[in-house]
Design a protein around this ligand. Structure first.
Ligand SMILES: Cc1cc2nc3c(=O)[nH]c(=O)nc-3n(C[C@H](O)[C@H](O)[C@H](O)COP(=O)(O)OP(=O)(O)OC[C@H]3O[C@@H](n4cnc5c(N)ncnc54)[C@H](O)[C@@H]3O)c2cc1C
Length: 301
């Protein structure tokens, strides 16, 4: 979608929102996706005005974090993409609390806190993307999830059209699922992290890094796990048991290293990746009577 109306373009510049033509293939870790206008937001305060501007002109939108859990459709996309620009500093520490902007890089946040003897998030090392995306997805690994440390979230709430602060206990964080409404935009979070000596945290980080290196196709274009694990089972193990590692549609391929990672080995289209996902889901359903749920977020229409 291309914004051409001079009234909207003028209002965007008054709101200090930068408008940029963008290819989502360049903004996502799968390197798949068509073209649209990207709106980069400099200040949280401009968001209510921006969203009412877009709504009043019938411009649909999606929120983009780091693009590491997204499969985006091909061609000209029927919505614009909103992305927060990162303030400086994006992490402020006070005792055991870390106040973090949603645009902050997740890995950098984990190491920054670690250097100040604040731990707990070691498992998130190696999870790409932003803190906002991690909050929305309740990112986690190796027995931990970010939701356990959330004390407050600052967000734009679609229901009230205002920026609000929710306390941790008002939000439910489940396995790769949160109670935020689909149109809520994460702006910042206050985390409470346990004190731990840096050396101890570093040791935990090294262990998690090693586990990832030995099991995941880290140099390849992927969006992490394609499917959620069904209760008590492993999606990757089921796909592996069916001998589907290496199964391909065009350049979309089930990783030879981790059967729940699907990689783009060259110029895979969204349709290639979607066809591969559908094929694998059907085979798992037939063999195990299990309906796999996507973990990757699909922006297909
Ligand atoms: C190599 C690799 C390894 C991975 N390992 C893990 C892992 O171990 N554990 C795990 O949980 N995930 C993992 N992932 C998936 C992914 O990194 C996480 O889901 C990550 O938290 C997504 O963050 P993001 O900023 O990239 O979000 P995006 O991919 O940009 O967006 C994901 C979803 O969040 C929404 N969103 C993003 N920012 C905001 C915001 N500010 N407000 C509202 N909604 C927003 C988007 O609209 C979209 O629905 C992995 C991915 C890769 C490529």
């Amino acid at each position: 979608m291309r914004i051409e109306d001079p009234k909207i373009i003028g209002a965007l510049s008054e709101l200090n929102v930068e408008l940029r033509r963008s290819s989502l293939a360049e903004l996502t870790s799968l390197a798949i996706g068509g073209t649209t206008d990207l709106l980069r937001i400099q200040k949280h305060e401009s968001i209510p005005g921006l969203l009412s501007l877009l709504d009043s002109h019938g411009v649909p939108h999606r929120f983009l974090g780091g693009g590491s859990n997204l499969l985006v459709g091909d061609g000209e996309l029927p919505w614009v993409v909103l992305q927060l620009a990162s303030p400086d500093p994006d992490v402020v520490l006070e005792g055991n609390f870390a106040q973090v902007d949603a645009a902050a890089d997740l890995g950098r946040t984990v190491t920054f806190c670690a250097k100040h003897d604040l731990g707990g998030m070691e498992g998130l090392i190696g999870v790409p993307g932003t803190v906002g995306g991690a909050l929305r997805m309740n990112a986690g690994a190796y027995g931990m999830q970010i939701g356990s440390y959330v004390r407050e979230v600052k967000l734009y709430r679609a229901a009230t059209r205002q920026i609000e602060i929710l306390r941790g206990e008002q939000i439910s964080f489940e396995y790769r699922h949160t109670s935020f409404a689909p149109d809520d935009m994460m702006l910042a979070v206050k985390l409470e992290l346990p004190s731990k000596p840096f050396k101890e945290i570093l040791q935990g980080i090294r262990i998690c890094n090693e586990k990832r290196r030995s099991s995941q196709p880290l140099g390849q274009k992927s969006a992490g796990c394609i499917f959620k694990n069904p209760p008590g089972a492993s999606a990757g193990r089921m796909i592996d048991e069916l001998g589907l590692k290496g199964l391909s549609v065009g350049d979309a391929r089930v990783s030879d290293r981790h059967a729940n990672f699907f990689v783009n080995t060259g110029k895979a289209s969204a349709n290639d990746m979607l066809a591969l996902i559908t094929d694998v889901r059907e085979r798992v359903r037939t063999a195990f009577s299990v309906e796999l749920e996507h973990e990757v977020v699909i922006w297909n229409a």
